[in-house]
Each structure stands twice: as C-alpha cells, then as structure tokens.
Design a protein around this ligand. Structure first.
Ligand SMILES: [Zn+2]
Length: 142
C-alpha cells in the first residue's frame, strides 16, 4: 500500500486561538468570534496570493478576521453589511455572515448569565461553517 499524505486545515480554529483573540481584542464577544470564523474559512479558500481584502462593516469581527489571516489594518468599506471580500488569484471571494448567525450573535445581549453567554460563544465557535457563512466566488468584484 502506498503511503498517502494529506494536509487538512481544520474547519474549526482551535481553542487557543480564541483565547489569543480575547487577549488581543480585550474581551470575549460574539462578533469577534464570528470574525475569527470568517477569517479561518477564508484561509482555506484563498487561491494563490491574497491581493486585497476589505470588510464591509465596523464591528468586533475585524479583529477576528485580522488575527486569523495575520492581516494588519484591514480596510473598511462601510456598507452596513457583514461581508468580507477578498481578491486573489482566482478572482473575488465573498464570505457573508448568514442571518441565522447574526441572530445568534444578537441574542448574546439578552443573556445576563455568564454561563449562558459562554455556551453561546461556544456554539458560535463550533457551528458548521455552512450554517454561519454564505461563500461566493466571482470573476468580477461583488
Ligand atoms: Zn468585541
């Protein structure tokens, strides 16, 4: 039997990366958590060289994306949409947070119990990417 080697980037960032995010960001919160999930997904999906990237809403998500992709000063194009747009060798890639993910994140504010808050953050850290994100690739800028 020939030996096969495969490299798999996990679909979930490991727990330590979320701790690092909280240290850098200053607190645990749903949007920075979702930002890390967006950035982590983008790491796997980028084709070739990442030429340009922009996020479309000023939220805590920026810090998560920047940490996952090791970016500094990610540009913001304010359009009140939770979308991350990248330009790479394959064209343009857009990762948009799904309404369900945003509803979950918003529900965090209604939780007074820290145990319930932790449980929600854990849910956002581990939910399947397909439930969090709509990913589209195009040959023209979205
Ligand atoms: Zn935050």
């Amino acid at each position: 039997m020939p030996e096969t080697t495969s490299i798999v980037i996990s679909r979930l960032p490991d727990a330590e990366l979320f701790q690092k995010l909280a240290r850098r960001h200053g607190h645990f919160c749903p949007m920075s958590t979702l930002g890390l999930r967006i950035g982590w997904a983008a790491r796997r999906l980028v084709q070739g060289t990442l030429r340009d990237a922009v996020y479309c809403m000023k939220t805590c998500a920026l810090d998560g994306i920047q940490l996952a992709l090791d970016l500094k000063d990610l540009p913001l194009r304010e359009s009140a949409q939770h979308r991350f747009i990248l330009h790479d060798d394959g064209g343009w890639l857009q990762l948009a947070l799904r309404a369900e993910a945003l509803q979950l994140a918003a529900s965090y504010r209604q939780l007074a119990d820290p145990v319930m808050q932790d449980a929600l953050l854990q849910q956002l850290r581990t939910l399947d990417e397909d439930q969090l994100l709509n990913v589209t690739r195009s040959q023209t800028p979205p």
